[in-house]
Ligand binder design. Structure first.
Ligand SMILES: Cc1ncc(COP(=O)(O)O)c(C=O)c1O
Length: 368
C-alpha cells in the first residue's frame, strides 16, 4: 500500500508556499559572495531589529534550558497597554502565520467557504484548502479590496472572511470607514480576519478596535516580522474578543512562541524611536522608488506599505538578471501578475542599487 493513499486528500492536493529566496541559496546557486547580496524579497526591515531587542534576545538565550512562558504573559500585557485592551484579548503565535492556521483549526471544515481577495496574502488560501474548506476569491478593484463584491460573495456557507490592509502584494489599503462599514454589514455567522501586518508603516492607520468593543466576531492580526525586524524569531499576534482568543489558545501548542522571540518582542515595543525612524525611512524610500519608476517609465502601484509592485514586462528575466547582480526580489507570477515584481523598500543605498539593477536588467540590447 502506498503511503500517500493513507494521507488526507487535502494534504495531497495542498499547494506549497514559495518563500523569497534566502541569501545563502542565491550565493550558492550563483557562486556569489553572500556579503554582497541584498534581499528585497520578503518585506523584511532593512535596518534589522532594534538594538534593544537584540540585547533582550541575547539575555534570554542564556536561560535556554527553561521552557518559555507558554501563555506569553508579559508580552500580552505589554500589547494590552499598547492597544488599550485587556491582556486576555490577545493570542500570540509563531508568526502571524500560525494564528491564521489556528483560525483554521478552530473554525474551518469541509463545506465551509472562506472569502478572500485575489491577489492577497497566499497563506489565507493555503490554510483554507488545508482544512478542506473552499476558497472564494474576489478580484481586487483598482488594486484594492473590492469590499462590496466581497460582501456579495458571502453566503450561508461562509465561515470566514480575510481582509488584508495594507494588502500583500499590492501595498494598497482600504480606509477605516470602509473597513468598519464592511464588517458591520456582515451576517453573524462570519468570522472576520483583518490582517494588519504592515499597518505600522501607514501614517494614519485605521483603528478597528470599535469592532471588537462592539462584540463583532473579528480578529486583527499583527506581526513582529516587518517593522520590528524580528522575522526569524517568529512572533505574531491577534487581538479580538476574549471568547475568540480563548478558542485560538485552545488549539495552539503549549509552547508555541520561544523565549527569545518573546523577550525581543517586548523590547522592540518599547523602542518607539527605532520603529518611527524605520517608518520614516520607508516613506522616503517609497518616494525614491516611485520617482525612479517614473524616470524609467515603469508602471507601479502606489503603496503605503514597505514594498511596491513594479511592472517590468519580462519579469522572470528581470528577476533572474537582478539575482545575478546580487539583488533578490519577488516575482509575483504565482499571484497572477506575470509581468510584475514586488520589491521591498530598502535603505537609500539598497534602493539605488535596485534601481540601477532594474535599469540594467531592462536594457533591450542585452535582454533576451
Ligand atoms: C499580509 C501578511 N500577513 C501575514 C504575514 C506573516 O507574517 P509572520 O512572519 O508574522 O508569519 C505576512 C508575511 O509576509 C504578510 O505579508
Amino acid at each position: 500500500m502506498k503511503l500517500e493513499s493513507l494521507a488526507k486528500r487535502s494534504v495531497l492536493t495542498q499547494p506549497t508556499y514559495e518563500p523569497g529566496k534566502p541569501i545563502e541559496y542565491v550565493a550558492r546557486e550563483l557562486g556569489l559572495d553572500p556579503a554582497g547580496i541584498i534581499k528585497l524579497a520578503s518585506n523584511e526591515n532593512p535596518f534589522g531589529p532594534s538594538p534593544k531587542a537584540i540585547l533582550a534576545a541575547k539575555l534570554a538565550l542564556e536561560k535556554s534550558e527553561l521552557y518559555p512562558d507558554g501563555g506569553c504573559y508579559d508580552l500580552r500585557h505589554r500589547l494590552a497597554e499598547r492597544h488599550g485592551l485587556g491582556a486576555e484579548q490577545f493570542v500570540v503565535g509563531n508568526g502571524s502565520n500560525e494564528i491564521i492556521e489556528l483560525l483554521g483549526h478552530a473554525f474551518l471544515e469541509a463545506g465551509d467557504e472562506v472569502v478572500m481577495a485575489v491577489p492577497a496574502f497566499v497563506v489565507y488560501k493555503l490554510v483554507t484548502l488545508l482544512f478542506g474548506a473552499t476558497a472564494v476569491e474576489v478580484p481586487l478593484r483598482d488594486w484594492r479590496h473590492d469590499l462590496p463584491a466581497m460582501r456579495a460573495a458571502v453566503t450561508p456557507r461562509t465561515k470566514m472572511v480575510f481582509v488584508c490592509s495594507p494588502n500583500n502584494p499590492t501595498g494598497t489599503s482600504n480606509t477605516e470607514i470602509e473597513l468598519l462599514a464592511f464588517v458591520r454589514g456582515l451576517p453573524e455567522h462570519v468570522v472576520v480576519v483583518l490582517d494588519e501586518a504592515y499597518t505600522e508603516y501607514v501614517a494614519q492607520s485605521p483603528d478597528l478596535r470599535p469592532l471588537i468593543i462592539e462584540g463583532r466576531k473579528v480578529i486583527c492580526l499583527r506581526t513582529f516580522s516587518k517593522i520590528f525586524g524580528l522575522a526569524s524569531l517568529r512572533v505574531g499576534y491577534g487581538y479580538g474578543s476574549r471568547e475568540l482568543c480563548a478558542l485560538l489558545n485552545r488549539v495552539r501548542q503549549p509552547f508555541n512562541v520561544n523565549a527569545l522571540g518573546q523577550a525581543a518582542a517586548i523590547a522592540a515595543l518599547s523602542d518607539t524611536a527605532f520603529s518611527e525612524a524605520c517608518a520614516a525611512n520607508n516613506r522616503r524610500g517609497l518616494v525614491q522608488l516611485e520617482a525612479a519608476c517614473r524616470k524609467l517609465s515603469l508602471e507601479f502601484v502606489p503603496s503605503v506599505a514597505n514594498f511596491i509592485l513594479i511592472k517590468v514586462g519580462p519579469a522572470a528575466a528581470v528577476f533572474d538578471r537582478l539575482q545575478r547582480q546580487g539583488i533578490i526580489v519577488r516575482p509575483v507570477a504565482s499571484y497572477g501578475l506575470p509581468e510584475w515584481i514586488r520589491v521591498t523598500v530598502g535603505t537609500a543605498e539598497q534602493n539605488e542599487r535596485l534601481i540601477a539593477g532594474i535599469a540594467a536588467s531592462l536594457d533591450r540590447r542585452t535582454l533576451c
